[in-house]
Each structure stands twice: as C-alpha cells, then as structure tokens.
Design a protein around this ligand. Structure first.
Ligand code: ADP
Ligand code: MG
Length: 698
C-alpha cells in the first residue's frame, strides 16, 4: 500500500512542491505577489513555468491547459502540448512564463451574454496563482480567470476573486480599529458538503430522461422509498465503498482533502465533505470533485447523478456552503472569543453578516436559482425559498439582551455589556443545530444550505463576500469617523443592526406552514422559482453594491442575467422535448401493446366459452384505454405549450411561459404516465422503474 503521505497532493503543484523546486528568491517573490495581489514579472513567471513543466514532465505529462470556469457553471479546458520544434527538425519541450500567465482559448462559443461580439470573440485566460496547478488525466491544468479583451469577466472565478479582495480590504479596516495590526490578510473560507446519487450505470443508460436531463421525468413511486430511514448513515454497501475509496484517492492526489463520507437520507444518496480551505481553492476543488465523482463512477459501472432532483418523492441533493472568515494569523473571526474584547469583535462581525443577509436576501436566493433547484427549494426537504438566519437560542438571547440593553441570563447569569464581560460559552455541538434553516450559524461558521448539488459555489460566495464587505465598510466608515468611546460606538452599532435586521433571524422550523405566514408578516422575500428571482440581478441596489466594491459592472450583471435566463429556458426545453419523445415513442406504444395482449386474452377466453369471465381484463382495458387517450391529450397540450413558448425566444418572457405553461403541462402528463406505469405489466414497461433505479447498487 502506498502511504497517504505519498498520495496526498502528488498531482498538485502546491506550496510544498514550489518551495522545494523553485529558487528561494523566486519562491519568496511569488508568495509576496500572491499576498499583495500583484502580478508576476516575466522573469519570475519564466522560472515558475520552467519548474512546473519539469515537474509535470517527470510525471509523464506532455500537454498543458488553462483550466477555466465559464458561465455555464462547468469547467473548460483546451489542451496545448509542450512540444516546440527546433531549427534542426527536432522537438524540445517548452513552456514559458508567457504561456503560464496568459492563454487565448478562442472560446467564442462560451456564453458571454452579449459582452463579446463574435468578430472579436477572443477572450483570454490569466493564471490565478492563488489556486495550485494540478495534473488531471495526464494534463497539466493551470487554474485561470477568463476575461474578454475589454476586461469584462467571462467566468465565475474572476468576480469571486474580486469579492475576496473586497472583503479582505473592509475586514482589515475593522481589525485595525481593534488594534489587530499583526493581521495582514483576511481570507474567506469555504467547505462545501456535496450530495450525490450513485445508480447502476447500465440501468441509467436505459432511460432517455437521465441521459438527456440528468433526472427522471417519469416514474411511479416504488413500494419502498426512504420512509424507513434505513439508508441515512447506514452501513455502506461494498460496491459503494469501493467507489468511495477510489474517489477519495483520486481527490487526495489532487490535494483535495475529502474527509467525511456517509449515506444520506434517500436510498442510493451519499455525501462527501472536504476540509475547508480559502474560498478560491474550495471553489476550484469543488468543481474538480464533481468532475472526478462522475469519472470514477464510470470506472465502477456506476452513474453519479449530481442533479438536484433526480427522483420525485425522494429527497433531492443539495450543497451546503460552509463559510467563515479567517485571518492569515490563523484566527476564525466568527469564533466567539475568550476575552470581552474579542467578543465585541466577534459580535460586530456577526452583526455584519446578519445585516448583509437581510439586505441582500434576493441576491442570495438568486445564487441558488436553477431549473433543477426549483424542485427542491420550498419543498419539504430543502430549506424554503425564503432566506433567514438561524443563530440558536443562546446567541439569539445574547443579541436580544444587547438590543434591549439588559442582562442576559440563561445558563450562567452574566451581563453582556459588550467589551466588558465575557460571553457565556456557546454550545458548539451539532445536536443543537437546526437543519431546516437556509443560513445557519453552526458555532464558528455559517452554513448556507440553499445551493443545489450541481452548482458552482462561486456565485454564492461572491455574493456573501461582497454583501458582508459592504456592511463592514459601513461599520468601518462610521467607527473611523466617530469620536465616541470605542466600546460605546460598537455597542451602538450592534444594537442598531439587531434592531433593524432582527426580522431575518428565525430559530424555529423553516419547513412549517407557520413560518411561511410569519415570514410574510416580517416582509421577507419569497421568490418561489428561478423565473421569479431572475430580475434581481439588475435591481438598482444590487448593481450599486457590486459597483461599490468593483466586483461586477452593470454590463457584466446584465450579461449574467441573460445567460441564466437563457440557460433556464434551454434546460426546460430539453426536459419538455425529452418528455414528449419518451411518451410518444416508448410509453404510449408500451401501453398499447399491453392493451393488445389483454384484448387477445379476452378474445381467446370468449372463443373457448362465452361464459368464462373476462370482467377484470375488460375493466383493465377500459382503464388503460382511458389513460391512453388522456395521456395523448396531455401530450398534445404540452406540445402546444412548448410551441407557444418558443415564440418568446429565450428571454424573461419565455422563462415565465415555461414556469406558467410548460411546467404545469409536464406535471399533468407525468401524472397520467405514472398511473399507466402502475397499471401496466412489468414486461411491457419500456424502461427501468424507480425501484430498479434506487435499489440498483448492492
Ligand atoms: P454537518 O454535516 O454537520 O454540517 P460536516 O462535518 O459534514 O458537518 O461539514 C462541515 C463542513 O464545514 C466541512 O466541510 C468543514 O470543513 C466545513 N468548515 C468547518 N469550519 C469551517 C470554517 N471555519 N470555514 C468554512 N468551512 C468550515
Ligand atoms: Mg451540513
């Protein structure tokens, strides 16, 4: 067995490798550039590129790629070889600093939302040295940001990096006020928990819906679902265990610290969580994790489904984005401190998050919007579409005491006059956690639970970072200009923030009907679907937020809105077309075959003796014929709805038409088809059922 120390990071050009392979001066200069967000000089870049190439070639690599994250949400790469011809007809392996720093992937087919006319289609990719290069499938991958020549971001990574800078800048201002002069950098951290389904590959391959859309569009409930809850944290089946072992190893090689793995609530559903890292790395690692999950599955004859709702009536898959702020001195700013002074600081940062989440509920909701995730948010398994914060009773009690300027006493009687007394110890055990809240404080970090399993975490972290940076800026502006006693000023700001934003705090059950009503009374936003929330991108207050921190320009936001809208329409269109295809070519013919067999049986019985009862068969024929005719009608209705929706193109009007016409028509068609499945002999049913899919892996 290869020791873990030799596996972990063996395919990553990480800090340890750089330290070992780069001349000390180059290494130090690179580290300095990263710390100060400066670009590398050509000389330094050349040395780094050379070392990277030598390291890769030793591992059998011949090609490199600038790995980037276009707005499609998946990753892209274009491979170039190191080979360079010499004048005497030989080739040498070359890789220059210029090639490392900048690439031109002529990626004119990636969505740009009108930012880039095709005649000037060239975008360029620029190395992001905050994320390590790695080897994947024998290719050296260089993580990059992807921009147009006029400087607009064409990817998800660039705005994320800008938001990281924004929050660093504002958080440092606050820390300076607290006299924390040793801190040089504040880094947002993320640990995304990833849910997924593992289904037998052969069985999946027999369903067009899974093939084209990643989810089932038909399927009656199996006799056994998740009601026994025997899967949750249950023993892992041998085939799954073998997959997980292989997956872990592949991820470890890339330097991804996959840590926990367990079964989830639904049959065949599992979860993987990494150890948290700075957000930019966590983002890249999560993209890689999703890719590797799918690839390793194929090796094991399995299909890994990352769709948010592969099966109706069974829990869907989400992604929990754990988020916090850390200093370069190793301090978690959302960890309650041990001294009164540190607690004042903790409460100030906590208040900043509370205000940010309340002010930008719409943007947070937007970062969790997709056709796939619409099936989850608000259903009885994921948090509702309403954004709120869970703090836990203890912390909530403390904040209320501060707000009302009174003594807090629950466990230990203590006064929480900020900056004077120590706060009571906050419970950190998971038993106290509320699992229904979309934005939950879990002791020393927040857990944003709205994301769907297939999402990139870039957008949500961009919004959280920018919104919190904005509140910190407001606080810092006020504190820097106040001549009040520092403690009084902080107390006043915290009190004011809680008063103004306490409506966003909710510690109860977010799945309950009472909360829906209560949230309405509090004036919290409730965007039920993607089509509803799309306009938020370009609300004045949101465009102003991003402009203030240099994260997005108005043109960039408009392009993103356009791309998301278009993507939503495309996904819905593919689903509707797939449904109609399966109905027409598979389901209706199968039902018709069964009807035919039943009729033949009835006729055969009658031929023997008119008095042999064929009552049951006749009733079934009548039932199936009824379903056949209503199914055919529903299919027509879906086709008409789709045709009329096409008339709107792929903009906001089309999105609304998918929501209001196509989706309801799909639901109605599915209901009839599922009823057909329940009444049709198994041998006629054209594709594997829910039972076969969900319990396929032994
Ligand atoms: P649970 O399922 O109870 O939410 P897990 O242990 O499965 O808990 O996941 C917690 C996730 O939170 C892990 O990925 C972990 O690395 C991450 N995490 C822990 N501390 C921080 C932090 N300070 N910042 C960001 N993420 C964190
Ligand atoms: Mg979690």
């Amino acid at each position: 067995m290869v020791p873990m120390s030799e596996i972990f990071g063996s395919m990553a050009f990480n800090d340890a490798v750089m330290k070992k392979r780069l001349p000390a001066a180059t290494y130090n200069e690179l580290k300095k550039c990263i710390a100060e967000d400066r670009s590398l000089s050509r000389e330094v870049a050349d040395v780094v590129a050379g070392a990277m190439k030598d390291w890769a070639i030793e591992k059998g690599v011949t090609h490199y790629t600038h790995w980037f994250q276009p707005m499609t949400g998946v990753t892209a790469e274009k491979h170039d070889s190191f080979i360079s011809p010499t004048s005497d007809g030989r080739v040498i392996m070359e890789f220059s600093g210029k090639e490392l720093i900048k690439g031109e992937p002529d990626a004119s087919s990636f969505p740009s939302g009108g930012l880039r006319a095709t005649f000037e289609a060239r975008g360029y990719t620029a190395w992001d040295p905050t994320s390590y290069a790695f080897i994947k499938d024998g290719i050296l991958c260089i993580p990059t940001a992807f921009c147009s020549y006029t400087g607009e971001a064409l990817d998800k990574k660039t705005p994320l990096l800008k938001s990281i800078e924004a929050i660093n800048k504002q958080a440092l201002r606050i820390l300076r006020l607290f006299g924390k002069n040793d801190v040089k950098k504040v880094i947002p951290t993320a640990g995304p928990e990833q849910e997924y389904f593992l289904i037998d590959g052969k069985i999946c391959g027999m369903r067009k819906d899974i093939m084209y859309t990643g989810r089932t569009l038909f399927g009656a409930r199996p006799p056994k679902g998740q009601e026994l809850e025997d899967h949750y944290f249950g023993a892992i089946k041998p085939r799954v265990a073998a997959y997980m072992k292989d997956l872990d190893e592949e991820l470890w090689k890339l330097g991804i610290s996959a840590k926990t793995k367990h079964n989830e609530v639904a049959p065949s559903q599992h979860e993987l969580a990494p150890i948290y890292t700075p957000t930019s790395i966590a983002n890249d690692h999560n993209q890689l994790t999703m890719e590797v999950m799918k690839k390793v599955a194929v090796r094991h004859g399995l299909t890994c489904l990352l769709h948010e709702k592969p099966f109706e009536g069974v829990n869907g898959s989400g992604k929990h984005n754990n988020w916090s702020l850390s200093t370069d001195t190793g301090i978690n700013l959302l960890e309650p401190g041990n001294s009164p002074y540190d607690n004042a600081q903790f409460l100030l940062f906590l208040s900043a998050v509370i205000k940010a989440v309340d002010d930008y509920q719409d943007l947070l909701r937007l970062t969790a919007a997709s056709a796939g995730n619409d099936h989850r948010l608000g259903a009885n398994e994921a948090p509702p579409a309403i954004v709120s914060i869970y703090l836990g009773e203890e912390l909530d009690g403390i904040l209320s005491a501060i707000e009302e300027d009174r003594t807090y006493s629950r466990r230990a009687k203590c006064n929480v006059e900020i900056g004077v007394h120590v706060m009571p110890q906050l419970p950190k055990d998971s038993t106290d956690r509320n699992r229904t809240s979309p934005f939950a404080f879990t002791g020393n970090k927040f857990e944003f639970r709205m994301l769907g399993s297939a999402f990139s975490i870039a957008d949500s972290n961009t919004v959280i970072n920018t919104a919190v940076a904005d509140t910190l800026k407001i606080f810092a502006d006020e504190l820097e200009n106040s001549d009040e006693n520092f403690n009084d000023a902080i107390t006043r700001i915290i009190r004011k923030t809680i008063k103004a934003h306490k409506r966003i705090i909710f510690n109860g059950n977010n799945y309950s009907a009472e909360w829906l009503e209560e949230a309405g009374k509090r004036g919290l936003l409730n965007y039920k679907s993607t089509a509803d929330v799309l306009p938020c991108y370009t609300f004045e207050k949101n465009m102003a937020l991003f402009a203030r921190h240099g994260v997005f320009t108005e043109a960039e936001l408009r392009s993103r809105q356009e791309i998301l809208t278009e993507n939503y329409c495309k996904v819905m269109n593919i689903e509707a077309l797939t449904m109609s295809d399966m109905m027409k070519k598979e389901i209706l013919p199968a039902v018709s075959e069964y009807i035919k067999e039943l009729c033949e049986e009835i006729a055969a019985k009658r031929a023997v003796d008119n008095f042999i009862s064929s009552e049951e068969e006749t009733a079934l024929v009548a039932k199936l014929s009824g379903l056949y005719s209503s199914g055919s009608k529903k299919l027509k209705l879906l086709e008409t709805a789709l045709f009329e929706t096409h008339g709107f193109g792929e903009g906001a009007k089309a999105a609304e038409s998918y929501r209001d016409r196509v989706i309801p028509a799909m639901k109605e068609l599915r209901a009839v088809a599922d009823e057909m499945e329940l009444n049709t002999a198994a041998k006629f049913w054209p594709f594997p059922t829910y039972g076969e899919l969900l319990f396929s892996v032994k």
